[in-house]
Write a protein that binds this ligand. Structure first.
Ligand code: NOJ
Ligand code: CA
Length: 541
């Protein structure tokens, strides 16, 4: 039997480079800053570091708008720093993944500057250009919407008298992947980083790269998807079969290299659609399952969601769970900033079968930082959502200003939480709760902290093969409010309800959160508690 590849049982820690650690006192996190914190990441116990984009970019979308895929933005460091980051992860026994933005470039990329200059230049067909409708072609070519869903995906170019497509924001034109020259150039950039030893890539909006070449209108059907409204069904712009073909072509590129380099897709859709990106083991290896981002704190919700992903991603496939990232609300804010509930969620995330991903600061219980639209640096908040009244946005559980989740990492109780030196202005304000114990130094010293829980959970994953690769079986007939599942010899029980609950399971306690009492072969879980038990035999009667 072949040994399963490293990525099948890894855990991932997402670093947002601008906000992790500032090494040169300009208020902006950078690659040397990340390198200086790799011992912390190793000691946390995660196995793979994913670094959000640090490539050359005007930073209008903080790196998700690239002008050179083979260079590093000067504020983040140099190519030598990127190489050192890879090597220093490896020397600590960790893997490292970078972030590939394949769908679009910055409009300041030299390719686009050229492309937009005329209809006949050598790069004319490198982006998605189309004639408009109506008299003089001044209406967009079709009804395709941008990611925000309320604006057209098309931008007009008075020079070419044509429209170019932007799936995200107007300064992020979509590359034309049907042009073989584009594909070759982009695949060569992928090889550029593979040659340097990177272990894999997170793939930005991967399901949106191949659109219908016939530009058919998307059917109009207002609905909610993943917490946000949509006007249309994006059948012609998202998750088309050609995207799955592209997944296989990209897989072939990484297969040119030894070491099971991994592709992790940011893809949106139902479980079967997500699953399709894995092909028959010849597509992406992993896709994010974003349902946990909008979890309901409810045992039934977790039971049915986990069961659904178990059905759709049976071994050797791996579900990839995520509770928070740089785009969506912090976990703890969805449960009224209650650390007891956030701890239960951490236990679930790190004990279900699959690959867990943790966003920097999640391990501290960092929360959203209340910020105002008028100060927004996030281009989505600054251009699209700024029309939403602040008072309305403040009450929403979805955060419209992504700055709120991107504030600096909280290292200690010194000025700016130790992110940058005193007297330097950090690029975003630090959440003031760093002075109330939400920081690495304070939590390191507190055995009951969120940080020490995460460390314990990562350690358990490393110690117990059952948690890394064991099967998952839901426990049935549990009291209301209790979620329970079994990973071979390890049982996980969590009370998400409002009443204490007693279950007929017992064993050696590997970890617990909240109040849990074991007595007479039974375990009582008080509200918002959880426990991980080893080798338990359910008693009959
Ligand atoms: C998804 C990324 O996570 C987000 O931060 C970015 O703004 C968009 N893709 C556009 O690249
Ligand atoms: Ca810096």
């Amino acid at each position: 039997m072949s040994k399963s590849p490293w990525w099948a049982s890894t855990s991932i820690y997402q670093v947002y480079p601008r906000s992790y650690a500032d090494s040169n006192a300009d208020g902006i996190g950078d690659l040397p800053g990340i390198i200086s914190k790799l011992d912390y990441i190793r000691d946390l116990g995660v196995e793979t570091v994913w670094v959000s984009p640090f490539f050359a970019s005007p930073q209008l979308d903080f790196g998700y708008d690239v002008t050179d895929y083979e260079d590093v933005a000067p504020e983040y460091g140099t190519l030598a720093d990127a190489q050192r980051l890879i090597d220093e992860c490896h020397s600590r026994g960790m893997r490292v993944m970078f972030d590939l933005v394949l769908n679009h470039t910055s409009d300041q990329h030299p390719w686009f500057q050229r492309s937009r200059s005329s209809r006949s230049n050598p790069k004319a067909d490198w982006y998605i250009w189309a004639d408009g409708r109506g008299k003089h072609g001044r209406k967009p070519p079709n009804n395709w919407k941008s990611a925000m869903e309320f604006t057209s995906a098309w931008q007009y170019s008075p020079v070419r008298k044509q429209w170019y497509m932007c799936s995200f924001l107007p300064f992020q034109p979509d590359l034309n992947w049907r042009n073989p020259e584009v594909k070759e150039a982009m695949f060569n950039s992928v090889r550029f980083w593979l040659d340097k030893g990177v272990d894999g890539f997170r793939l930005d909006i991967f399901g949106q790269i191949m659109k219908d070449p016939g530009l058919a209108n998307n059917p109009v059907r207002p609905h909610f998807y993943n917490g946000f409204p949509r006007l249309t069904d994006r059948v012609h712009t998202e998750n088309t079969p050609d995207n799955v073909t592209l997944a296989k072509e990209l897989r072939a590129v990484v297969e040119e290299y030894p070491g099971d380099r991994v592709l992790l897709g940011e893809v949106f859709g139902g479980p079967q659609v997500l699953r399709s990106f894995l092909g028959d083991g010849d597509g992406l290896q992993l896709v994010f399952l974003f349902d946990f981002l909008t979890y309901r704190y409810d045992a039934d919700w977790f039971r049915s969601t986990i069961s659904e992903f178990e059905r759709n991603f049976p071994a050797p496939q791996q579900p990839t769970y995520v509770l928070e990232n740089h785009d969506r609300s912090r976990t703890i804010d969805r449960v009224g900033k209650d650390p007891a509930k956030a701890k239960v969620l951490a236990v679930i995330l790190l004990t279900v079968r699959g690959v867990p991903t943790v966003y920097m600061g999640q391990e501290l219980g960092m929360s959203n930082t209340a910020l105002r639209f008028k100060d927004a640096l996030d281009p989505v908040a600054a251009t699209v959502y700024r029309r939403v009244p602040q008072a309305v946005a403040d009450r929403m559980s979805e955060r419209l200003n992504r700055d709120e989740m991107r504030t600096p990492m909280q290292w200690d109780a010194s000025a700016h939480a130790g992110f940058c030196p005193d007297g330097v202005q950090p690029w975003l304000p630090v959440n003031p709760d760093y002075q109330r114990g939400v920081n690495v130094a304070a939590e390191h010293a507190d055995p009951d902290s969120m940080l020490n829980l995460y460390r314990r959970l990562f350690a358990l994953r490393r110690e117990h093969e059952s948690l890394r690769s064991g099967s998952l079986a839901m426990l049935e007939a549990l009291p209301e409010g209790v979620l329970g599942y079994r990973r071979n010899d390890i049982f996980i029980l969590a009370n998400l309800g409002e009443q204490p609950a007693t279950v007929r399971y017992t064993g050696e306690v590997l970890a617990q959160t909240g109040r849990v009492v074991l007595a007479n072969g039974r375990t009582t879980l008080f509200p918002d508690s959880s426990v991980i038990l080893r080798t338990v035999v359910p008693k009959m009667g």
